[in-house]
Write a new protein. Structure first.
Length: 320
């Protein structure tokens, strides 16, 4: 993911959420709507989310040092995990608590036109934020479905912003329904139910994001397309006979580690092998630019089916 694209989506979401949060808080203070208060907390939490994502991106750009020889690229995963678990959960749990409280101690909704107006404005602003995130994501999706993009993206910022905006829009619809039904029926229970629905939605999104970012934190390898591209790059030249084995690991959203044991001609000179490794590394980086860290171990391949057993080996009933 390009840093500029991710930052553009994050800044658009931050601006929208801060504006929405302020207007929602004013509407809640005037009308007393529980859904409005829950949505205010949701927007404030989302604004904090965007600040954390920006902070994670900044910290990830620190240079490698002795303590972290592979750099700080995974800082972005850490902050995305904090966003998905803590802030979403805090917003969700608070909304559920507020909804239960309103069910037990209902309050009359006053000046209903104000929260309805604010919610309609908020839907427009959130739609703008979601449109920006979708436009930036389309540059990287490469024909993937939205579900696959969120699940397999190595850069966490755009999937987090996408899910935030989708959850925000659905939450606004819940709040609008809660306030609207309260106005129509005169029963504030609907406002409380809308608040509970918002809280449940936030917790569900927190779980989804937590699962996806946890996988990135544990360590993910290259996708199938990149693995095939790397293998083709290795075998594209005459240097190596075969790939004995290969492993990949994302050190950060933009840096892929490739470690491979390759079979070379047993009669090759050391200088020739070193030159061949340089050629293979250059082809890998050209095929998959994210493969910045490459370790290649030269070896001699011996076909197990052709290798004869040692002369002092004794076989008894099929076992050595």
């Amino acid at each position: 993911m390009s840093a500029s694209g991710g930052n553009k989506a994050i800044l658009a979401a931050f601006a929208a959420n801060m504006g929405i949060a302020i207007t929602k808080l004013i509407a809640w203070a005037v009308s007393g709507s529980a859904s409005m208060l829950a949505e205010s907390v949701h927007s404030l939490a989302d604004s904090g989310n965007q600040l954390l994502l920006l902070l994670g991106g900044r910290k990830s750009r620190r240079k490698a040092d002795q303590e972290h020889p592979f750099g700080y690229g995974r800082e972005r995963y850490v902050y995305a995990f904090v966003v998905s678990i803590i802030l979403f959960s805090v917003g969700g749990v608070f909304s559920i608590y507020e909804g239960i409280d309103k069910l037990q101690h209902p309050h009359e909704l006053t000046m209903a036109w104000l929260p309805i107006t604010v919610l309609l404005i908020a839907i427009g602003l959130e739609s703008f934020s979601l449109r920006t995130a979708m436009r930036e994501s389309n540059l990287l999706r490469n024909g993937q479905s939205w579900v696959k993009f969120v699940r397999h993206a190595k850069a966490p910022e755009l999937p987090v912003v996408l899910l935030e905006d989708v959850a925000a829009l659905i939450g606004l619809v819940f709040a609008l329904l809660g306030v609207g039904l309260t106005v129509i029926t005169g029963n504030s229970v609907w406002d409380a139910i809308g608040t509970l629905a918002i809280g449940t939605l936030l917790v569900a999104v927190a779980i989804i994001l937590g699962i996806e970012t946890k996988s990135l934190l544990v360590g993910e390898g290259a996708n199938d397309e990149d693995v095939v591209a790397i293998e083709k790059a290795v075998m594209a030249g005459p240097e190596t006979k075969r790939i004995i084995h290969m492993k990949t690991l994302y050190l950060g959203p933009d840096e892929l580690l490739v470690a491979a044991k390759l079979a070379f001609d047993s009669n090759s000179r050391f200088a020739d092998v070193a030159h061949s490794i340089d050629e293979v590394e250059a082809r890998i980086r050209a095929a998959v630019p994210a493969a910045r860290t490459i370790y290649i171990e030269p070896d001699v391949w011996i076909d197990p089916s052709l290798a004869s057993p040692p002369t002092d080996t004794i076989f008894i009933k099929g076992r050595e």
